[in-house]
Design a binder for this molecule. Structure first.
Ligand SMILES: NC(=O)c1ccc[n+]([C@@H]2O[C@H](COP(=O)([O-])OP(=O)(O)OC[C@H]3O[C@@H](n4cnc5c(N)ncnc54)[C@H](OP(=O)(O)O)[C@@H]3O)[C@@H](O)[C@H]2O)c1
Length: 308
């Protein structure tokens, strides 16, 4: 695994100096895939906060890393006589300036909910690829029907959907489609917003009212208690493999699919390295099979499911 991202909305954002060092440490540890978005900012209230930090941290090593960012697009931005291409390009140029780069490797439409058809966006993305301003493009929180419509216009590079041991909807349709069509799958919230690390208990309190973990269904007291068999299962494998529970949850999906590149989020330097080291936790086929079959017997509480 060579990827990381910064969780937004999960508690206090560290000082910029710490964030830059954390990104640079990750790079030095072998991380080459960085995921951000124009909206990642304190409480998602500003534009470009995280892109600026990523840009500063990686400007000296830009050619060695893959940068992914995302835009929201609304029909109202396009205006009379304007085109979808012009609107997408405006977002992209702003992101490129903040990221201190002349090209974005992977540019996602963050959600398809803005009243612009996915075919129109796909066409604009195809043009931006031809312009040499992006290398590839992706969609986030989409089902197979939307992916297929987009793919027919401009072949996709990656799909970024929620996926973890407690959010497995993508296994039935999206991942098989991606495998068949040579599309990467980038799971977000791969450790279920921290639940699968085993470090969150029924006693954990998220202090701020605006910490999104107060609303993550799997992190309610009742659902943490209900999901305890999954947390115990991860602990059992963590002990067996001399790893952490978070690492086992990532190693599980890395073993399961060749096209999956998870982006665990953390604001903590040590945990970022811990998560990257999940790529060194090799489950044997037998270990994976018994983990998978035990997991399949566990009921999941607080499943979020597919939502745009
Ligand atoms: N496309 C989308 O719509 C979308 C939506 C949500 C997220 N994302 C992306 O996906 C990334 C990851 O998703 P996420 O942040 O929602 O969920 P996540 O990676 O499943 O969990 C992040 C949470 O887990 C904690 N954590 C991380 N590693 C840990 C470890 N080893 N041990 C204990 N706790 C650990 C973090 O706390 P600390 O910070 O304290 O370590 C943070 O609170 C985000 O950063 C973002 O880039 C995309």
């Amino acid at each position: 695994m060579g990827c990381m991202a910064f969780s937004h909305g999960y508690g206090k954002i560290p000082p910029e100096k710490y964030s830059i060092e954390a990104i640079q440490n990750a790079y030095q540890h072998g991380c080459t895939f960085f995921d951000t978005a124009e909206v990642y900012s304190p409480n998602l209230a500003g534009i470009g906060h995280n892109e600026r930090i990523v840009g500063k941290a990686l400007r000296d090593v830009r050619e060695n890393v893959v940068l992914a960012t995302k835009l929201f697009l609304n029909r109202s931005e396009i205006g009379r006589g304007g085109s979808v291409y012009d609107a997408v390009r405006r977002h992209l140029e702003d992101s490129m300036e903040r990221l201190q780069t002349g090209m974005v490797d992977l540019y996602y439409l963050h959600r398809t909910s803005g009243g612009v058809s996915v075919e129109e966006v796909a066409e604009a993305m195809g043009q931006l690829i031809e312009d040499g301003l992006i290398r590839g493009w992706g969609l986030s929180q989409v089902d197979v029907d939307v992916i297929d419509r987009a793919q027919k216009v401009t072949p996709l590079t990656a799909i970024q959907n929620i996926y973890s041991m407690v959010e497995r909807d993508v296994e039935s349709g999206v991942i098989p489609y991606c495998l068949e069509n040579n599309i990467g799958m980038v799971p977000f919230s791969p450790i279920a917003s921290g639940l699968l690390s085993g470090k969150i208990t029924t006693e954990t309190k998220f202090e701020k009212n605006d910490d999104v973990r107060n609303w993550v269904p799997q992190l309610s007291k009742a659902n943490i208690a209900g999901n305890q068999p999954i947390i115990d299962l991860l602990k059992e494998y963590a002990d067996k493999k001399n790893a952490t529970s978070a690492q086992i949850s990532l190693a599980w999906m890395l073993h399961k699919y060749p096209n999956v590149v998870p982006i665990p989020g953390s604001k903590n330097k040590e945990r970022i390295i811990e998560n990257l080291d999940a790529s060194n936790v090799d489950l044997t086929d037998a270990e994976f099979t018994s983990l998978e079959s035990a997991l399949n017997k566990c009921k999941v509480y607080g499943h979020r499911g597919f939502s745009r």
